[in-house]
Design a protein around this ligand. Structure first.
Ligand code: SF4
Ligand code: SF4
Length: 80
């Protein structure tokens, strides 16, 4: 699996999109991203939930775990 992640990383930068007003602040993306790309922020969305923030998009290997695990379908990962 590790080799596969590195291969994906070599294929280019990933774009991480968070649809802020879908987020419910569950922090699953923060907990489960293997590269710790997300962290908590103090920014609230329209529903009053604290949003995750991307610390360094270049760290993302495009595994799409965050996209798959987000219960609100708030994250989309694409190749730039
Ligand atoms: S997993 Fe989805 S709903 Fe949960 S904090 Fe991350 S973006 Fe928000
Ligand atoms: S695609 Fe993978 S590495 Fe990139 S932010 Fe999501 S969980 Fe982290």
């Amino acid at each position: 699996m590790y080799t596969s992640l590195l291969e994906r990383h070599r294929r280019g930068r990933k774009l991480i999109e968070i649809t802020e007003n879908l987020c419910k602040g569950c922090e699953i993306c923060i907990e489960f991203c293997p590269l710790k790309v997300f962290e908590k922020s103090d920014k609230l969305n329209r529903k009053g939930y604290y949003l995750p923030v991307v610390t360094d998009e270049d760290l993302c290997v495009g595994c799409r775990l965050c996209e798959l695990l987000c219960p609100e379908f708030a994250i989309i990962i694409t190749n730039e």
